[in-house]
Design a binder for this molecule. Sequence first.
Ligand code: CTP
Length: 407
Amino acid sequence: MNELVGKHIVLGLSGGVACYKAADLCRRLIKEGATVQVVMTEAAEQFITPVTMQALSGRVVYGSQWDAREPNNMPHINLSREADAILVAPCSADFVARLVQGRADELLSLLCLARPAQQVPLLLAPAMNREMWAHPATQRNLAQVAQDGAVVLGVGNGDQACGETGDGRMLEPDEIVDELGAFFAPKLLSGHTVLVTAGPTFEAIDPVRGITNLSSGKMGFAIARAAREAGADVTLVAGPVHLPTPRGVRRVNVQSAQEMLVAVDAIAQSASIFIATAAVADWRPAAPSSEKIKKDGSGQTPTLEFVENTDILATVAQSPRAVANELYCVGFAAESHDLLAHATAKRARKGVPLLVGNIGPATFGKDDNALLLVDAQGHRELPHASKRVLAQQLIGEIAGRLQPPRP
Ligand code: CTP
């Protein structure tokens, strides 16, 4: 399910310090299963040598439109026709200006101009000083290239090679690979608004203690990422986990089940799909102490009373929008045994059209899993695979069960 397998990418480098990251980017693209043809401008060759890029890509680097190695002497036609996408990374301010003007006096801008725009997308990963990035000329030019059909990726924020700090750094190679993968992913959830809960909740006993569980949040984060790649607008309500937010996903951090309920309740009003992967604590201490509970020296242990947390999934699944089929609800079941029986019973109890079962102790914290899908028609297994692949498969399964989104 890796979107980059078999894709042929023309990786264009224009001049900028971020050229050093292009070497790593090239490696990562190849590792993901793509083939890479590097094209460098003269300015790029000031920052990194074609030798490095040739060694990493396993292909001779092109740098001139007068390259006589091509029998027809037309590298701009040949290279742009065989590509599945052209990715310019780093894309300098000057290179954006060249694209705006449709310049054709050096190979990289020439092949961007000559590409069959309907078949060969052009993606740009800008990289420049923060003042150059913020300049109205650059912003105007970026808006123009986007209007002309290029996909302009974002920029990072942070320390810059010039010593300044701000917007304009090139995205990191892994982020660019993610963006490219997302670009190629089938847009199965285009027009949908997806809400995902993930991770454990933390129920306070006192200011320094609480009860929680071993959920890592990895499955929910992978699902949020796959939903976004499938074209959905995604919000992730996350319990306390240390995972990076998937690119393009809106994240709301919560601690307790009650906080999760409040966040979900508000966001579900405008969602079309709700996927509840969170391992919500079933109970919370009835009367959490506002001060740390101290040992009193008597050897006596404190007695904790619990109250049951509201079932967030069941509440949302009974809401008018879910009942009216405007909100499709998917539940998860973390079980330790008898998965099919428990998942089937839980689907009915929660009132959801689709329930996804997994063996909790076998998957918590791991990067792989196996899922059992239970719906009104019966059940189906998604065999053992990485959570990333399972998330993509699950998004496909959900998309196949949906009505088209309302306009
Ligand atoms: N869930 C929820 N709110 C809760 C408890 C669970 O939204 N208070 C959701 C979970 O996110 C998951 C599904 O309900 O999608 C099932 O969670 P699970 O912990 O497996 O089941 P429980 O309802 O806790 O049932 P049991 O304890 O009997 O296994």
